[in-house]
Write a protein that binds this ligand. Structure first.
Ligand code: ADP
Ligand code: MG
Length: 256
């Protein structure tokens, strides 16, 4: 089990967040939040608009600084003191809601440009990539189901395929913790199902934190769900436990 006291936060606790408050001009987007996640966990966060979900990811990735509280990665790295780049280099990869791919480059080139030690455009030319890099890209293409589209310009991919490519670009950097903000927003049912399968396969070798609104999708991937409300954790448990909690029905599920 993961630690719930800072002295127990070890390398088994991928995220140890305690008493986290983030104020914007006095408004508390996060309010004394406690959140703990173990290595290898697949966690889903749900909650109404404005609950602070994206702000939590912004804080983990160093885009936003805590006003108060502790944010530890692997029990030791104090994310509040590190730059965004340093946090990426620790193995934390984030996918934003809107894909940020290079539309005029092929799918293959997009992945080549994402390799961790990328030093520039020459890396996109296949013959100049080492066989190790080539194998790695082939593995990622396979994982995200885009092997057949390796030579297509990324701009021609469907919305869902672009999202998968961006997940592939994250995996190419070999992160330990993946942060996915609304990964199935705007996807067709078919694409959503593909994303369920993709997340299940990634969960074997990564810790994954997913924020999502689509409850059918959440039901299919969720192991432990955390409900965020007004910047704090309202409740946490299995999907069934969360759905049966009257407070969750009141602030979130009842509105659907
Ligand atoms: P969620 O992702 O759960 O919908 P957010 O984390 O985006 O919620 O936002 C939580 C609250 O914080 C919202 O009321 C939002 O308007 C506010 N907020 C988020 N970022 C900022 C910011 N940079 N400046 C001011 N207010 C912000
Ligand atoms: Mg959000």
């Amino acid at each position: 089990m993961y630690a719930r006291r800072v002295e127990d936060a070890t390398s088994d606790t991928i995220l140890y967040i305690e008493g986290l408050t983030v104020s914007f001009d006095g408004f508390k987007a996060l309010n004394d939040l406690d959140f703990f996640m173990g290595v290898g966990e697949l966690r889903v966060i749900i909650g109404p608009n404005g609950a602070g979900k994206t702000t939590l990811l912004d804080t983990i990735t160093g885009k936003v600084r805590p006003t108060e509280g502790t944010v530890l990665y692997n029990g030791v790295s104090d994310l509040a003191t590190l730059t965004e780049n340093a946090i990426v280099n620790l193995g934390i990869g984030r996918k934003f809601q809107t894909p940020t791919i290079y539309v005029n480059h092929t799918v293959f080139e997009n992945l080549a440009l994402s390799l961790p030690e990328d030093k520039g455009i020459f890396r996109t030319i296949r013959s100049m990539l080492g066989s190790h890099d080539g194998d790695r890209i082939a593995d990622v293409l396979n994982a995200v189901g885009l092997s057949d589209k390796a030579d297509d310009p990324a701009g021609l991919l469907s919305h869902g395929e672009k999202q998968w490519l961006e997940i592939g670009m994250l995996i190419a950097q070999d992160p330990r913790l993946l942060l996915l903000d609304e990964p199935v927003a705007g996807m067709t049912d078919y694409e959503t199902q593909g994303t369920v399968d993709l997340i299940h396969s990634l969960a074997d070798s990564h810790s994954i934190l997913v924020i999502e609104h689509d409850m059918d999708f959440v039901e299919q991937i969720a192991r432990t769900v955390t409900v965020l409300h007004e910047g704090s954790s309202l409740c946490e448990g299995t999907m069934d436990e969360v759905k049966a909690d009257p407070r969750v029905v009141e602030v979130y599920l009842g509105r659907g």
